[in-house]
Design a protein around this ligand. Structure first.
Ligand SMILES: [Zn+2]
Length: 264
């Protein structure tokens, strides 16, 4: 009798040891990784006007958004491409997103218009971009300006497979961009766009498509937000104020909340 009990006990112990440890550990719920990319930084200032630098506004809004996500969305892990005033190439930004296996990439920028354009000081509003071939010249110009940072790299033609951000014909590659993630990117872009209007009170310039290198190089749903225009003094006043930063960040937070709801 005792021997049989001992035998059963040994068998039970053997079975327990044979079972993978993770079956006993309470499995930690997989977190959703959101990569925030404050555009520009360091020697790359982005657009500058009305006493403001684009790189600073982008960083302030992204850092506030990071705080809000960490406070309100326990299922989300935030990765920042930069948390201070440093220069990063577009490829390095995409590498951060891809290496961290991001579920969503959100690049944050401030818009501007050609200095020769009349009435530019009255141009206002938010637009959120997804990757694609621009439908008009305005969209292409925005992508050209945001891609121009590539030219700060001496060997950019080799590194970016011959892509020249200032040449029209380079943009043809984005026509082929049947990105797997386009549908979800458009959903996030629409939510962010609506929120920037309803929560942050920005004028609505709509969801648009254009050839942004950084969206091309990330392998996940990806959007690029143009918060408002730096050539408009009123818009700048809003974007550099604490209240403005908070409202802009909250708008983007709400769009990320909807993204997370779809994932859970
Ligand atoms: Zn920018």
């Amino acid at each position: 009798m005792n021997i049989r009990r001992l035998f059963s006990f040994v068998i039970l112990l053997a079975l327990l040891f044979a079972m993978p440890v993770h079956l006993f550990a309470k499995k930690e719920k997989d977190k959703i990784t959101v990569v925030l990319d404050p555009g520009h930084g360091g020697k790359d200032f982005g657009a500058c006007e009305n006493g403001a630098k684009e790189k600073d506004i982008n960083l302030a809004v992204a850092k506030r958004l990071q705080e809000l996500i960490e406070k309100e969305l326990s299922d989300v892990n935030v990765v920042m491409t930069r948390s201070d005033d440093r220069y990063l190439t577009l490829q390095e930004r995409a590498d951060v997103a891809n290496n961290n296996k991001g579920d969503l990439f959100m690049s944050i920028h401030v818009n501007s218009i050609d200095k020769k354009t009349r009435g530019r000081e009255y141009t206002r509003g938010s637009s959120v971009y997804v990757l694609g071939l621009h439908r008009d010249q305005d969209n292409m110009k925005v992508a050209m300006r945001e891609n121009a940072v590539i030219e700060l790299e001496s060997d950019y033609k080799e590194k970016y497979s011959g892509f020249d951000p200032s040449k029209d014909e380079s943009y043809i590659i984005f026509e082929m961009a049947q990105k797997r993630n386009l549908g979800e990117s458009i959903r996030v872009a629409s939510d962010a766009q609506n929120e920037l209007v309803s929560t942050a009170g920005r004028s609505n310039r709509g969801v648009r498509q254009a050839g942004f290198w950084v969206l091309w190089a990330t392998s996940m749903p990806a959007v690029l937000v143009e918060l408002d225009f730096i050539c408009n003094p009123e818009s700048v006043k809003f974007m550099v104020s604490d209240k403005g930063v908070d409202k802009l960040a909250n708008s983007l937070l709400n769009s990320i909340k909807k993204f997370v709801e779809r994932r859970i």
